[in-house]
Structures are given as structure tokens and as C-alpha cells.
Design a protein around this ligand. Structure first.
Ligand code: NAG
Ligand code: NAG
Ligand code: NAG
Ligand code: NAG
Ligand code: NAG
Ligand code: NAG
Length: 453
């Protein structure tokens, strides 16, 4: 009896296999459809090596974001299941569990390393010159500091360890950091420059400050900074039209320092814009800010549409300078652009044109990490943008972010541009709005005690 059943099953499976082999048959697509399973080996290696790395402020901030999106997705600004992240205004859940302690610990270290001007994560050796270097990189660590403020009950207050640290960082950006003639907050503190990197460092912090503290003008400021950076950096002609140049010396007459469409830079811009849209979408001002959200989505799509035609189709990777095939193929920027592709399609199902190509990039990234976190094919040197390196904290973070975005895309649990419940349900067969995550660990006393510093 058992044998018979077994052979019936076997022939059914064989038939299925035969059908699956027929090109064009729906089963064929089903069979080959990628899942949202994560590669545990890859991601655990990336996490270990990232945690072990020496990190500058922007890498500390990017690590915090990667940890949140991968390990504690329900605490990320992209959270789309239930009623969004626990700190979402008007839907606050003070008892939510799964508090990401690694992220809070990183944020705590960002505060202990805050410099005399208010820049978080910036006083590491004591030899730093606070008035040189980046003016905005430190802001990338600020969102997690705000999470600390929310968890410790300081978010509505002007005093307390976490909120004061966040306020000092905000004050530096809004009142102290130099601005270009158009009003963009300079990427550099000693002179006025726009770098595409800044779009990941600055607007998401302003936006999350606006989200956490219910301050619409800060959400608007986040959007305005993206717009001003775009006005300066968008390439308006030539093969790279629609992508952004990397570094502009801004003045009454601006000049390029690096006009190239740097792959990692396109990722910084796309990722930063999507985090900004997500923060607006989770906020009480979401419907009032519909046109700002539309712009940010359109500007992200514009970059992806401009970049993808240049993907090297044999290797499924982008060149370091996207429209210059004489530059090396860069795993870091490629992974980051694929990340943004999954996030965009998750938030807005009408923007999923590049998902299959992003999946190819994902596959190309799979077997690249050695057990100590070096990449087998080049990742851009984070300090020397035109040269190839073997690893970097940011590239390890991009691997985590890509795994998180692809997983969440298939789970269909990312916020849409009109807030939780309005995102793409993807095509994984996981019904959206399935069993809500049950928060088991009560935050209240235990975790708040940990956060009292
Ligand atoms: C979304 O789904 C993924 C995979 O099922 C899960 O790990 C993650 O926690 C979910 N995110 C939210 C916000 O529920
Ligand atoms: C710090 O950097 C600024 C801007 O580059 C420069 O003017 C100043 O001399 C530097 N200070 C020291 C102590 O090196
Ligand atoms: C902050 O204040 C608002 C009212 O303005 C309130 O609804 C919210 O629960 C407060 N949040 C916290 C974490 O105390
Ligand atoms: C919003 O934030 C800005 C900058 O910190 C501040 O000047 C303003 O008073 C805040 N607005 C509200 C309504 O809290
Ligand atoms: C890449 O595109 C830019 C701007 O569109 C252009 O100036 C540059 O010459 C292009 N590079 C190559 C190698 O074609
Ligand atoms: C997962 O990642 C590891 C490390 O890069 C790699 O060796 C392995 O082949 C990957 N697994 C799959 C199924 O791609």
C-alpha cells in the first residue's frame, strides 16, 4: 500500500518536473521563482565581520541600519505588518518586544563618541579635528539614538541622555554645519560640497526625527535636502543621464570633483530616498505629503532605470563607475542597488521592473564571502572611490541589507507609500496581513532599566 502511494507520488512529481521543464508553462515560472529564504551562512559571516570591523561614523550608522532591517525588521522604518513599527505615532506599542539590543548598544557607543560639536560617533582617537571631515556622516547613527530616546520615555521631552544626544546632533546639522548657496547642508565641514553619500546620512535622520517627535517641518526638511542634493548632482545629459554624479564643489559657480555615476553613490541615494519616503509614510503627515512621496519614488525609479541598462550581463554586477566598463565590477555598489530595487518594489508594486535583474545580482553576491569576511571579487575601497578593495564595513552591511530587503519583498510585509498595509503583497503566496507578529517580551521595566545611562 505504502509502495503504491509512493509510486503514485513519484509519477506525479515526475509529471510536474516534465511540465516545469516546458518553457512558458506557468509551472515553469513557479518552479524557478526565487524564494525569500536568506543565506544564513552568508549573512552570519557578514554580521560577524561587520561587528568585528573598525568603523567610522557612517559605517557605524550603516551597521545600525543593517542590523535593524535584518535582525529586527519590525523596528525598522520599513515595517509594514500590523500597524507598523512600535514607535509609529498614533499606533505606539510601548510593550513591543524584540527590542534590538545590538542596535541600541551601537547607538550607545555612538553617543559616548559624540564630539564637542554634537557629531555622533566621531570622537574615536582624540586626534580628530571636529571642524574638518564630513559634516553629515555622523547623522547616520542618529535614528538608532532616537529609538533609544523612545524606548526610555524621553521622546516627548527635552531632557534625558538619549534625546539630548539626538538634539545636539540635530542642532549641529541645522545651525552649525555649512550650507551651499541653495541651502543644502554641506557634506563637508570645512568647505561646501555635495556628495551623493550624504543622501543616506542626512535626510533619513531628519525624517526619523520628524517621525519620532511628530514634527512635520523636519520631514519636510528631509525632503528638501534630497531635492537640493538632486538639483546639484543629477546628471542631466550623456549616457549616465538620470543617475547622480558623486561629488560637487558647490558655490555660486559649482564645479565637479567627481562627476561619475559611482555605483555605491547611486545606492546611497536610492536607499536614503526610500528610507525618507518610508518615514513620511509612517507619519501622521503622510497624506499631506503625497507629492513629496511621489517625487522621492519617481527619483528612485529614475536612478534604477538609468543604471540597469549598464549591468554587466555575464557577471550580473555593475561597474564601479556604472557607465564606464573599463572600471572594475563592484560587488558592494551592486548589492546596494539590488537592495534598493527590492525595497522600491515592496513599497510600490507598480515599480517592480528590475526585480528579476536584482535577483541575478543577489545570486552573483552569494558565494563571495570568505569565512573572515573578505570578498572574492572586488568591493570598492571605501576611502578611495576608484580603487578596488577586498572588504569594507559598508559592503558587509550592504549584504545584510540586501538579504533583509529580498526576504521582506517575498514576505510582502514592507510598508507601502501610504503606510502599513498599502505595500506590495509580492508574489510569494504569503498572504499579507497574516498572523500579526506576537510581541512576547514586555519592554517596559526590564528594557528601560537597561537604557538608563
Ligand atoms: C517580514 O517577514 C520576514 C520573513 O518572514 C520576517 O523575518 C520579518 O520579521 C517580517 N517583518 C515584519 C515587520 O513583520
Ligand atoms: C581643523 O580643520 C580646519 C578646517 O580644515 C582648519 O582650518 C584648522 O586649522 C584645523 N585645526 C587644527 C588644529 O588642525
Ligand atoms: C508622546 O506624546 C504623544 C502626545 O503628543 C503621546 O500620544 C505619545 O504616547 C507620547 N509618546 C511617548 C513614548 O510617551
Ligand atoms: C520641529 O523641529 C524644529 C527643529 O528642531 C523646531 O525648531 C520646531 O520648533 C519643531 N516644531 C514643532 C512643532 O515641534
Ligand atoms: C558616463 O556618463 C557621463 C555623463 O552622462 C559622461 O560624461 C561620461 O563621459 C560617460 N562615461 C563613459 C566612459 O562613457
Ligand atoms: C551562501 O553563502 C555562502 C558564503 O558566501 C556560499 O558559500 C554559499 O554557496 C551560499 N549558498 C547558496 C545556496 O548560494
Amino acid at each position: 500500500m505504502r509502495l503504491v502511494l509512493f509510486s503514485v507520488l513519484a509519477s506525479a512529481l515526475a509529471a510536474l518536473g516534465a511540465q516545469a521543464g516546458e518553457a512558458g508553462h506557468p509551472l515553469h515560472t513557479l518552479y524557478r521563482r526565487a524564494s525569500g529564504n536568506v543565506n544564513q551562512t552568508l549573512v552570519e559571516t557578514a554580521k560577524m565581520s561587520l561587528m568585528a570591523s573598525q568603523r567610522a561614523s557612517w559605517e557605524q550608522g550603516t551597521a545600525q541600519t543593517a542590523w535593524t532591517e535584518y535582525d529586527a525588521a519590525q523596528w525598522s522604518v520599513f515595517a509594514g505588518s500590523g500597524s507598523g513599527p512600535p514607535y509609529r505615532p498614533a499606533h505606539e506599542n510601548l510593550n513591543a518586544g524584540g527590542v534590538p539590543m545590538a542596535v541600541l548598544s551601537m547607538a550607545y557607543h555612538s553617543v559616548t563618541a559624540q564630539d564637542s560639536l554634537g557629531k555622533l560617533a566621531s570622537a574615536i582617537t582624540g586626534d580628530e579635528n571636529a571642524t574638518s571631515g564630513s559634516a553629515v556622516d555622523s547623522a547616520s547613527t542618529g535614528e538608532s539614538v532616537l529609538l533609544g530616546a523612545w524606548l526610555s520615555g524621553q521622546i516627548n521631552s527635552s531632557s534625558g541622555y538619549w534625546i539630548e544626544a539626538a538634539e545636539r546632533q540635530l542642532h549641529y546639522l541645522l545651525q552649525v554645519a555649512p550650507r551651499t548657496p541653495s541651502g543644502a547642508i554641506s557634506h563637508r565641514s570645512a568647505n561646501r560640497q555635495l556628495w551623493s553619500d550624504a543622501v543616506y546620512m542626512l535626510p533619513p535622520f531628519l525624517a526619523s526625527y520628524g517621525l519620532y517627535t511628530r514634527n512635520q517641518s523636519l520631514l519636510q526638511a528631509a525632503y528638501d535636502q534630497v531635492r537640493l542634493y538632486r538639483d546639484g548632482l543629477r546628471l542631466s545629459s550623456g549616457p549616465a543621464q538620470g543617475m547622480w554624479g558623486h561629488i560637487l564643489i558647490a558655490g555660486n559657480r559649482s564645479t565637479w570633483q567627481d562627476a561619475s555615476a559611482w555605483a555605491t553613490g547611486e545606492g546611497w541615494v536610492a536607499g536614503g530616498m526610500l528610507r525618507t519616503v518610508a518615514a513620511i509614510a509612517q507619519s501622521p503627515y503622510s497624506s499631506q505629503m503625497a507629492s513629496q512621496k511621489r517625487d522621492l519614488i519617481a527619483w528612485t525609479k529614475e536612478i534604477l532605470d538609468a543604471a540597469y541598462p549598464f549591468l554587466n550581463s555575464q557577471r550580473s554586477l555593475f561597474h564601479n563607475y556604472i557607465n564606464d566598463s573599463s572600471t572594475f565590477l563592484d560587488t558592494a555598489g551592486s548589492a546596494f542597488i539590488a537592495y534598493a530595487t527590492f525595497r522600491l518594489a515592496s513599497m510600490d508594486s507598480s515599480n517592480n521592473d528590475h526585480i528579476q535583474t536584482a535577483e541575478q545580482i543577489y545570486q552573483a553576491v552569494q558565494n563571495q564571502l570568505s569565512p573572515i569576511g573578505s570578498f572574492s571579487s572586488p568591493v570598492v575601497n571605501a576611502l578611495s572611490f576608484s580603487t578596488a578593495g577586498t572588504t569594507s564595513p559598508e559592503s558587509l552591511a550592504f549584504v545584510m541589507l540586501l538579504e533583509a530587503a529580498r526576504r521582506d519583498y517575498h514576505a510582502g510585509n514592507v510598508t507601502g507609500i501610504d503606510g502599513p498595509g498599502t505595500g506590495a503583497k509580492a508574489n510569494a503566496g504569503t498572504p499579507f496581513g497574516g498572523p500579526a507578529t506576537t510581541f512576547t517580551i514586555a519592554l517596559a521595566a526590564a528594557n528601560m532599566a537597561l537604557l538608563v545611562v
